[in-house]
Write a protein that binds this ligand. Structure first.
Ligand code: B12
Length: 263
């Protein structure tokens, strides 16, 4: 490891060799894995910035190491229910979002020497743009392919706005992309970029996927575009199908939420 001490500053810059990087990549997601079995996929900030307009860039050196954190179906049983039953909810925001932030803080505590910038899917900048485009991050990290209308030939939608959707090779659409963690003092020039698995091959299926995500997302259909290993449990589906204002009641808690998390 080349450690560069900034003049007069407390922080060190860690530039990892291949072997040191492998150790670090195994260590970071470990505390998250029990709760988010999808784990956390590494990326260099430069990969993300390279395909986005400057207004969306993350302001770090291009080799800076980041991770994208996914929540997969069992998160509800393995992380969320224990979080609620241990009364860790402070009711400052949506319970799922609070739960994610709690487990990320556990991960941060396991790496006290690291300065980590945590960006959540729901965070907005003052100009009302999302702080981080988690779908693009998941795609460049190789975690889930981001299907957009530009992936369709002979796009049939004319002027209509069509949102894109990430599909995971194991979980199809049964997951959410919760956060991007930037290790601001770690540079990983040797990290190899892996392409995401392109699991929706045919043009017809891609059209069906985008139509289902845009026009019928509430019936869960787009999530089953592949044969999947795991889906959200019935209990989890009921939770998410419940309006945010009634979710606390469903959890046996008092109060009302204004906004619900993405799922
Ligand atoms: C705002 C928002 C909404 C808004 C607007 C939707 C939108 N996509 O803009 C509303 C409220 C409508 C919405 C609804 C939903 N949402 Co929403 N939403 C978001 C949020 C917070 C930001 C999206 C955004 O504004 N993007 C900005 C636009 C400009 O980005 P973009 O279209 O990707 O364009 C960029 C790329 O094209 C990139 N680019 C250019 N060239 C290339 C080339 C390549 C190869 C790549 C990779 C990128 C790339 O450059 C562009 C920017 O310049 C994201 C979380 C996040 N922080 O990213 C969740 C998110 C997209 N939503 C999500 C979901 C699931 C939903 C809902 C189904 C509700 C739900 N169950 O939670 C619905 C479905 C949408 C619908 N049918 O209406 C999920 C999608 C998960 C997935 N598998 O992809 C996300 C990622 C949240 C999450 N935590 O997982 N959502």
């Amino acid at each position: 490891m080349r450690t560069v001490h900034f003049c007069g500053a407390a922080a060190s810059l860690f530039v990892f060799s291949c072997a040191q990087l492998a150790v670090f990549l195994a260590r970071v997601p470990e505390p998250l894995k029990t709760f988010f079995p999808g784990g956390a996929s590494p990326l260099q900030v430069g990969w993300y910035n390279a395909i986005l307009q400057p207004g969306f860039h993350l302001q770090y050196h291009e080799d800076t190491l980041a991770f994208v954190v996914l929540s997969t179906p069992s998160m509800f049983e393995k992380a969320f229910k224990p979080f609620i039953s241990q009364q860790l909810l402070q009711r400052v925001r949506d319970p799922i979002d609070e739960c994610v932030s709690y487990y990320i803080s556990v991960m941060q505590k396991s790496l006290p020497e690291q300065r980590v910038d945590v960006m959540y899917d729901y965070e907005m900048l003052p100009n009302r743009r999302p702080k981080v485009l988690v779908q693009t991050a998941a795609h460049v990290a190789g975690a889930a392919y981001y299907y957009q209308r530009s992936d369709v030939q002979g796009d049939p939608w004319g002027e209509k706005k069509m949102y894109g959707v990430c599909i995971h090779p194991q979980f199809g659409g049964w997951f959410a992309i919760r956060s991007v963690l930037v290790f601001q003092d770690v540079q990983a020039p040797s990290l190899k970029q892996e392409p995401p698995a392109d699991c929706v091959h045919s043009n017809e299926k891609r059209i069906a996927l985008l139509e289902s995500f845009n026009f019928r997302w509430k019936d869960w259909e787009y999530r089953d575009i592949l044969d999947v290993q795991e889906r959200y449990s019935e209990e989890q589906k009921t939770y998410f199908a419940t309006p945010p204002s009634e979710r606390l009641k469903l959890l046996g808690l008092q109060g009302e939420l204004e906004h619900g998390s993405h799922y």
